[in-house]
Design a protein around this ligand. Structure first.
Ligand SMILES: [Zn+2]
Length: 278
């Protein structure tokens, strides 16, 4: 069974108010500031935290961060550097202005809403829309940027997804720090069909639910991060195969109705960082 067949259970879990009260750190002033000390990602992408996170400035060459009121612009310094390097390349190649969505909270941990990951400061959401001008902070409080996928045809919309988006994904994927990038299956299919020349980066682009207006970049655990739980490497090959095409088939009904899944408690080493009782 593929992990995506578990998704209905995850959706159900995410809809439970339980999740935001037991899974997330209590909101407080301390949550808005990183803990001190050197960068220290702990646990897995979907259950962990980070000490010593760094803030991504809201504006920089080639990018602007959006939804600043959410305070999700913190990450491992490697992630902050990754975004800044990518944005500079986007500017150099004149692709437009990169819109940066969620990184992590100041101390990582579970974010309210649909994000199960983004917990260790090594994940970032980047929008495909490169056409926005630099906006005042109040005008960035939105996430209605356009989808790249036509929901009727279940293929990319060529008026929106074009060479600039492909160039952006290639730049994003070729950084050696990147473990994988999640995109809508229609976007992965478009890459399989349209990318000429160097295709060695395609294997890092993974099909997943949603991710039609933004893509999700996940960095590898940094080399010295002993408490950072690694994910299995992406499978070999370009991923332009039957597994990709299976995303376009109707889902098979589960044998038994999915049960809500309560998120596991955070690793013990996260309790102090997240301000949870010991
Ligand atoms: Zn994400």
């Amino acid at each position: 069974m593929s992990v995506r067949h578990l998704f209905p259970a995850l959706v159900l879990a995410a809809s439970l108010p339980l999740l935001t009260t037991t899974g997330a750190a209590a909101a407080g002033a301390a949550d808005l500031l990183p803990s001190g000390g050197p960068p220290h990602p702990i646990g897995s992408y979907a259950n962990g935290c980070i000490g010593g996170a760094a803030p991504l400035p809201p504006d920089g060459p080639g990018y602007q961060a959006v939804n600043l009121s959410r305070h999700r612009t913190f990450g491992h310094p490697e992630l902050v550097a990754y975004v800044q390097v990518l944005a500079a390349q986007v500017a150099t190649e004149r692709l437009g202005l990169l819109l940066v969505g969620d990184l992590a909270g100041a101390r990582g941990g579970r974010l309210p809403g649909m994000h199960a990951s983004h917990q260790t400061g090594l994940d970032v959401d980047l929008w495909f829309d490169l056409s926005q001008p630099r906006l005042p902070a109040a005008a960035r409080e939105r996430d209605d940027f356009p989808s790249m996928v036509d929901s009727t045809t279940r293929r990319v919309d060529p008026r929106r997804f074009g060479p600039a988006q492909i160039a952006l994904l290639k730049l994003a994927a070729t950084d050696t720090r990147v473990a994988r990038i999640f995109v809508n299956p229609a976007i992965k299919l478009a890459l399989c069909e349209q990318v000429n020349g160097d295709r060695r980066w395609l294997h890092k682009i993974r099909p997943w639910f949603g991710h039609a207006a933004h893509f999700h970049v996940r960095l590898d655990c940094p080399r010295d991060a002993a408490d950072c739980v690694r994910q299995d490497p992406v499978p070999a090959g370009e991923g332009c195969d039957a597994e990709l095409m299976s995303w376009f088939e109707p889902p098979k009904p589960p044998a038994t109705p999915p049960r809500p899944v309560e998120p596991p408690p955070p690793p013990a080493a996260c309790r102090a960082i997240l301000g949870l009782p010991g």
